[in-house]
Ligand binder design. Structure first.
Ligand code: NAD
Ligand code: WQD
Length: 341
């Protein structure tokens, strides 16, 4: 298949590109490099022996998006492009809505004009907002959009609705909404991985930087939640399992819109992540418990049964595997993709 990856130069997109190339698909990436560099994709080419067609464009800019995609030939789109920093979205809501919504609207119009009917969208477990306290594992029948605590999360819920409305008007559209839980880890080669700019917002990249000595200690956001040890519980999914979920979704598309949770179905606390990373790295991770972070949930764990059944997909890698692979990436690339020196 010829697949267009929007945002394909980023953390998740580069791993999806790798899995597609290994399967023998043709990969085209469109990215504006606002949160990535072409280096990750160069490494993907080296790892796979494949080649990626790379187009630089801001998809939120209508004219630029049309110009970039006009002459390209592709049968399916995996739409990962977008801004994703929760805290930044609170400070810059218009930028988040403009970028994430306009990119998607432009893309959908271009797909329709070209009669490209296959779409896989990067959604997020954040669309479930603040679920009822008695819900242990979230399945796709849970309501979405209620109690979302930040503009980033609302962009995802709005885009899910936009795709559903466009499909009503264009019944041939075959769309899947993938609700990722917490993507972590890296390709086992340690050649590609997550390269956050500045201070990492997310737990595992922060822990990785503490382990490697770039930061002094981890701040644990709260230890009084009603969880196994009082710290927040999440469903951490290895990025290679997540990438394989995209391929599974691509091969199971049919007219309509379906949402799938991509998660392991298992929760781990912050302290469990710390211990797993200590075991994988052989380093001590100093930490200090601080106040809870605004908007955080006590727990968020997927029920992945629908994806297991319909997409014939399940996670095969453990939290320990993710820590090992994150550590390989971190030690081989202590400055991420930036040149050393
Ligand atoms: P990322 O920032 O590494 O990748 C996103 C890519 O999109 C980057 O390469 C960036 O340069 C590009 N991009 C941003 N705005 C663009 C624009 N206007 N035009 C073209 N390219 C643009 O993030 P990621 O972690 O790989 O996330 C990929 C997708 O998955 C995002 O949509 C994100 O919201 C979603 N998601 C991520 C997580 C997570 O924890 N990483 C969880 C749930 C959902
Ligand atoms: C995990 C746990 C924190 C950092 C976010 C977005 C979500 C999705 C994934 C895109 C929580 C705790 C964290 C730290 C800590 N992204 N923590 N100290 O908040 O579950 O999800 O990323 O769609 O939308 O909200 O992930 O990695 O930030 O936090 O104690 O320095 O680690 O409180 O319990 P989160 P996270």
């Amino acid at each position: 298949m010829r697949v267009l990856l929007t945002g394909g130069a980023g953390y998740i997109g580069s791993h999806v590109a790798l899995v597609l190339l290994e399967r023998g698909d043709d990969v085209i990436v469109v990215d504006d490099f606002s949160n990535s560099s072409p280096e990750g994709l160069r490494r993907v080419e080296k790892l796979t022996g494949g080649s990626i067609e790379l187009v630089e464009a801001d998809l939120a800019d209508r004219a630029a998006a049309e110009a970039a995609l006009a002459d390209l030939d592709f049968e399916a789109v995996i739409h990962l492009a977008g801004l994703k920093a929760v805290g930044e979205s609170v400070a810059q809501p218009s930028r988040y809505f403009r970028t994430n919504l306009n990119s998607t609207l432009n893309l959908l119009d271009i797909m329709r004009a070209k009669d490209v009917r296959k779409l896989v969208f990067s959604s997020s477990a954040t669309v479930y907002g603040t679920p009822d306290a008695d819900v242990d594992r979230l399945d796709e029948s849970q309501p979405i959009g209620i109690g979302i605590t930040n503009p980033y999360g609302r962009t995802k819920a709005f885009i899910e609705q936009i795709i559903a409305d466009v499909q009503q008007a264009w019944p041939e559209l075959e769309a899947v909404l993938l609700r990722y839980f917490n993507p972590v880890g890296a390709h086992p080669s340690g050649e590609i991985g997550e390269d956050p700019a500045g201070i990492p917002n997310n737990l595992m990249p922060f822990v990785a930087q503490v382990a490697v000595g770039r930061r002094e200690k981890l701040s644990v956001f709260g230890d009084q939640y009603p969880t196994v040890d009082g710290t927040g519980v999440r469903d951490y999914i290895h990025v290679m399992d997540l990438a394989e979920g995209h391929v599974a979704a691509l091969t199971h598309l049919s007219p309509g819109v379906e949402a799938y949770n991509l998660g392991s179905g298992e929760g781990h606390s912050v302290l469990e992540v710390v211990r797993a990373y200590e075991a994988a790295s052989g380093r001590e991770i100093p930490f200090e418990v601080v106040a809870p972070r605004a908007g955080d949930l006590a727990a968020s764990v997927a029920d992945p049964a629908k994806a297991n059944a319909d997409l014939d997909w399940r996670t095969t890698r453990t939290l320990g595997d993710a820590c090992r692979d994150s550590w390989a990436w971190q030690t081989k690339n202590p400055n991420g993709f930036a040149p050393v020196g």
